[in-house]
Design a binder for this molecule. Sequence first.
Ligand code: ATP
Length: 367
Amino acid sequence: MSDSPAGDPRLLSALARVDDPEIRRPITELDMIRGAEIDGGVARIRLALTIVGCPAADTIERDVRAAASGVDGVEEVDLEVGVMTVAEREALVERLRGTRRRQFTADSLTKVYAITSGKGGVGKSTVTANLAVALAARGLRVGLVDADVFGYSIPAILGLGDAKPTRVGDMILPPVGHGVKVISIGMFVDGSAAVSWRGPLLHRTMEQFLTDVFFGDLDVLLLDLPPGTGDVAISLGQLLPHAEVLVVTTPQEAAADVAERSGLVARQTGQTVIGVVENMAGLAQPDGSVLELFGSGGGDEVARRLEVPVLARLPLSIALREGGDAGAPVVLGDPADPAAAAVSALAAQLAARGRGLAGRSLPFSTA
Ligand SMILES: Nc1ncnc2c1ncn2[C@@H]1O[C@H](COP(=O)(O)OP(=O)(O)OP(=O)(O)O)[C@@H](O)[C@H]1O
């Protein structure tokens, strides 16, 4: 990103393995190292954090000490921690912004999946959060935009509590939960305040999420849409027409109409519906019978109408619900749970689709 800092080459190559946990780039590329010398057995390092009170300061300091201590001949680490000047910070933001403007355009290699549902409470956010974590657990770089403005629940499900994004200049660094970079409207309002914004403000907020939030290079971006066919779904459809859409529904056939509509709205904005996820399907009982609390057939019906496959069926699961309540996603906490296994299998299917070039025009002509 920038010229290598001056200093002892062995010490610098050790420090190059330390990432800023929020920006996820080596600190040596972020102009955070102002000095790195070995003097006798002492590694003297001068570190500049991006902002005062940087939430990642402790982690960076610990990692810097550990990296320096591992260098041959270093017996002691003398670490001086300062903060970048305004000019240095602006220069850093400008450089990162080069990447920022290119985020998620149609020619970016990030796969974008929007998760939608006809109505609320079908488990869309729970599915999205677990899917994100399962993709990250496969080694993919995953971002998640909680666009469910009226019912934002992703931060809680991912154990992020009241975590706030870090601002570096006008750039917003998303908190990371279970390996997933997350941005949510809930991080910008006080407590559990209700969001009663109208279309234009919602549109600008979505635009800002997709430009000012620095996700870095992602393999997959998931969008948790609000249920139904409102302003946010339409805005995101306009902003990300190349997104692919998963429709979450329950087995209840009566809900098929509304679920189908949410898929049709996505299509009207040019997005491609790739499949249905049926959630809250039958729960196997100890006696071998299956409790079908929400009936059966809903997922197949929506899939039939939208002419797409059912990609996953998640049974009712106490572990899935408890994991969501505790901020500890079931795909990590209890991977053998049938609902967790179904999400992980869905993640495997999506991962196999890779970073897509499908539908892109190639940069050469046959003329
Ligand atoms: N398969 C499941 N088994 C048991 N409980 C589930 C299952 N899926 C989701 N839940 C629970 O159902 C409730 C609603 O889930 P969630 O908040 O994910 O729904 P949603 O569709 O995102 O709702 P909204 O869009 O209205 O925010 C949560 O308490 C969640 O833990």
